[in-house]
Design a protein around this ligand. Structure first.
Ligand SMILES: Cc1cc2nc3c(=O)[nH]c(=O)nc-3n(C[C@H](O)[C@H](O)[C@H](O)COP(=O)(O)O)c2cc1C
Length: 311
């Protein structure tokens, strides 16, 4: 088989719509006759936000989830190999279209959700996410080596404390703030002046972080999911990105909106505190906050980037 120009466009657009840390889109695609190779771009480095590149690899995992769904939507069965060539550390996944195979209804629904998903950082509507929906979302993660954990009512006070601590650290970190501003300028994405939920992510010098009691009450109004992995290797980060995106797309398909929060997890003391105080059964890689949207979220700008020619 050889991809047609239209099919190459389908694959490229699906990858492009994946969420990525600071919208860096730290991946590159190379078309092959029977599939597509996904490369991580280490040069897309955020030294203050993501010194070890964990969020960068998670972002590649989100792009992998989208590519897999796009190949299925094009009517192919798919085989994915992670890190298929040990000598090429930047080649994170090879996606091979094996034989014709109809996509399931759920795959088509998630594929179309790719183009409706965007980060929703505003407060949610008052209607809480029903427990049955939360159970369905947790079940949507079938990625090996990962799990999705729903935070409980009793988790809100320690989480509020840890998010408040994160915000106080980031507010005064000038190098971090410069990096965040550069991202906002590059992508013309306005940064929030007022405290947006959940206050520990895009915190600015002027952000007024609520006190722990108020924060606790607000966190209790949200559906908060944590993506966990068995271990904390690069492979785990890639799989975490796949799981994050699969659950996010399922949520969007069910009329929910959300945003992801990883910045608190970059502070080792906060990460350790979350594992210990929330009794998490794995390594936390991302927090996904979900709820019913009250406004249309802004669309993050995406500059054009080309894909490689079929090899
Ligand atoms: C690994 C990863 C980490 C992220 N961390 C944060 C974060 O801490 N706070 C935040 O508000 N958004 C975070 N985001 C969301 C990105 O900023 C967002 O995906 C990007 O700007 C593109 O916008 P979109 O999601 O609307 O398409 C993260 C996304 C990924 C994939």
């Amino acid at each position: 088989m050889t991809w047609s120009a239209t099919e190459v466009g389908v694959l490229a657009r699906a990858a492009e719509r994946a969420p990525s840390v600071h919208n860096t889109r730290p991946w590159a695609l190379e078309m092959r006759v029977d599939g597509v190779d996904l490369f991580e771009r280490p040069e897309a480095w955020l030294p203050r936000h993501d010194p070890g590149g964990r969020d960068r690899t998670i972002s590649c995992g989100a792009a992998l989830a989208n590519l897999r769904l796009a190949v299925r939507a094009l009517g192919w069965d798919v085989k994915v190999s992670l890190f298929p060539q040990p000598v090429r550390a930047d080649l994170v996944a090879r996606i091979v279209a094996t034989e014709h195979g109809e996509p399931s209804e759920s795959e088509v629904v998630r594929y179309t959700a790719i183009f409706r998903r965007r980060s929703y950082r505003a407060p949610f509507g008052l209607h809480p996410v029903p427990a049955t929906e939360v159970r369905e979302l947790i079940r949507a993660d079938v990625t090996e080596g990962t799990g999705v954990h729903a935070l409980r009512w009793s988790d809100a006070p320690p989480l509020a404390e840890l998010l408040g601590y994160t915000a106080s650290m980031l507010r005064g970190d000038r190098a971090y703030q410069r990096e965040l501003q550069a991202w906002s300028d590059q992508f013309r994405e306005p940064l929030p002046d007022e405290p947006t939920l959940p206050w520990g992510g895009l915190v600015r010098p002027q952000t007024r972080v609520p006190d722990v009691l108020t924060l606790t009450e607000r966190l209790r109004e949200e559906c908060l999911l944590v993506v966990l992995t068995d271990d904390d290797s690069r492979r785990d980060h890639l799989l975490a990105g796949v799981a994050l995106q699969e659950v996010w797309l399922t949520a969007v398909a069910r009329g929910l909106a959300g945003s992801v929060l990883t910045q608190p997890l970059q502070l080792p003391e906060v990460r350790a505190g979350l594992i210990e105080r929330l009794g998490l059964p794995g390594h936390p890689q991302a927090i996904l906050r979900l709820g019913y949207p009250v406004t249309a979220p802004p669309i993050a700008a995406r500059a054009a980037r080309t894909t490689g020619a079929p090899s």
